[in-house]
Design a protein around this ligand. Structure first.
Ligand SMILES: Cc1cc2nc3c(=O)[nH]c(=O)nc-3n(C[C@H](O)[C@H](O)[C@H](O)COP(=O)(O)OP(=O)(O)OC[C@H]3O[C@@H](n4cnc5c(N)ncnc54)[C@H](O)[C@@H]3O)c2cc1C
Length: 330
């Protein structure tokens, strides 16, 4: 290693809400920090899965829309000019290797060195469960959607939503407020959502199409023509819509933790009360970790961040006070 090579004090892997707060807190503790996120944007599950939903259990916010929480976290992350973490989005960490001075972190874009690591990868990289039929892939994010990026995109449109769980019902109830018409297509007669949501759905303007499956999708001049097949029957139905939103759930894949050789329990990273793994110098926070009594919530992840960072700070710089109060910062 050349003498001039930069060595970070800390690398936070995963830029979900917990990784973002962790990187901010590490900067505030004057640790030279980099934050690496595999997706093009920060915010993790909140940005990707529910940017428009209202979160009610983050301290200090009686209620806040998911995307607004991420905006506030972003502002907090970069607020101190001297201690802004280096933020690298669109880079998936593929390996963490120990060397005598710390760890070599590998992504497709190269390698960096870090004296310590905090893993904040949540459930791992996640992907939507897709339609199990052949369709023109170029329609994705044009007329066929797996994510709602902006509710306003569906205003005044005829939208079909496919799915039978909470997320599909929530989106149907959200979009009916601005869409021209919402159809909810589900292969069963019963929905798997909260009883109160199902009741609201039944009293809404959403047209329920059950028990039907999407058999084929064809593009039309103005939108999509959906060929729907009745479950366990040969009946077919045609539905002309502008857009289709598919809500079949998501798969999360954290096999990378095993590839990194880190100790797991119930497929999560096993950590002690300092949030340190069995590998000295590698810590974990947020949904990616487990310990007795672990609760997978944003608020608990936010609580774990200072614990991990303060222990790292003292391990790297024993002369520093622990912990620093943010009110002492000029
Ligand atoms: C529909 C829904 C509603 C929810 N509502 C609430 C709620 O009201 N209140 C609440 O507290 N919680 C809620 N949650 C749970 C909450 O979103 C999670 O607890 C929270 O997102 C965990 O944050 P995290 O930063 O640990 O992980 P994540 O948000 O999962 O972020 C992990 C990040 O790591 C990245 N990553 C993964 N692998 C790599 C890699 N190899 N290299 C680099 N980056 C990587 C991922 O792309 C992701 O951005 C909800 C979850 C869902 C799905």
């Amino acid at each position: 290693m050349s003498e001039t090579e930069h060595i970070y004090d800390l690398t936070v892997i995963g830029g979900g809400p917990v990784g973002m707060f962790t990187a901010f807190y590490a900067g505030m503790r004057e640790l030279d920090t980099q934050l690496i996120e595999s997706l093009p944007e920060l915010g993790g599950q909140v940005t990707t899965l529910y940017p428009e939903k209202i979160i009610r259990d983050v301290a200090g916010f009686p209620q806040i829309q998911g995307k607004n929480l991420v905006t506030e976290l972003n502002k907090q992350l970069v607020q101190f000019d001297d201690f802004k973490p280096t933020i690298r989005c669109g880079e998936e960490v593929t390996a963490i290797d120990k060397y005598e001075g710390g760890f070599t972190i590998t992504t497709a874009k190269g390698q960096t060195k870090s004296r310590s690591v905090i893993v904040a990868i949540g459930g791992g990289s996640f992907a939507p469960r897709k339609l199990a039929i052949d369709y023109d892939q170029t329609l994705e994010d044009q007329k066929i959607f797996y994510f709602v990026h902006n509710v306003a995109d569906f205003a005044g449109k005829t939208v079909a939503i496919a799915g039978g769980g909470d997320s599909a019902i929530d989106w149907a109830l959200t979009l009916e407020k601005t869409a021209k018409q919402v159809y909810l297509i589900h292969r069963r007669d019963r929905f798997r959502g909260l009883e109160s949501s199902v009741k609201r759905l039944e009293n809404s303007s959403v047209k329920i199409v059950t028990p039907y499956l999407i058999d084929a999708i064809n593009e039309t001049n103005s939108g999509l023509s959906l060929d729907l097949k009745k479950a366990k029957a040969d009946d077919h139905l045609n539905l002309e819509v502008d857009d289709l939103l598919v809500n079949y759930g998501f798969t999360a894949d954290n096999h990378v933790l095993r590839d990194w050789g880190l100790p797991l329990e119930h497929r999560a990273l096993k950590v002690d009360t300092n949030l340190e793994t069995e590998v000295p110098g590698i810590y974990g926070v947020g949904d990616s970790v487990t310990y007795p009594g672990k609760v997978k919530l944003i608020a608990s992840g936010f609580g774990e961040a200072p614990t991990a960072v303060n222990h790292i700070s003292v391990a790297l710089y024993p002369e520093r006070r622990q912990p620093l109060h943010s009110t002492s910062i000029a």
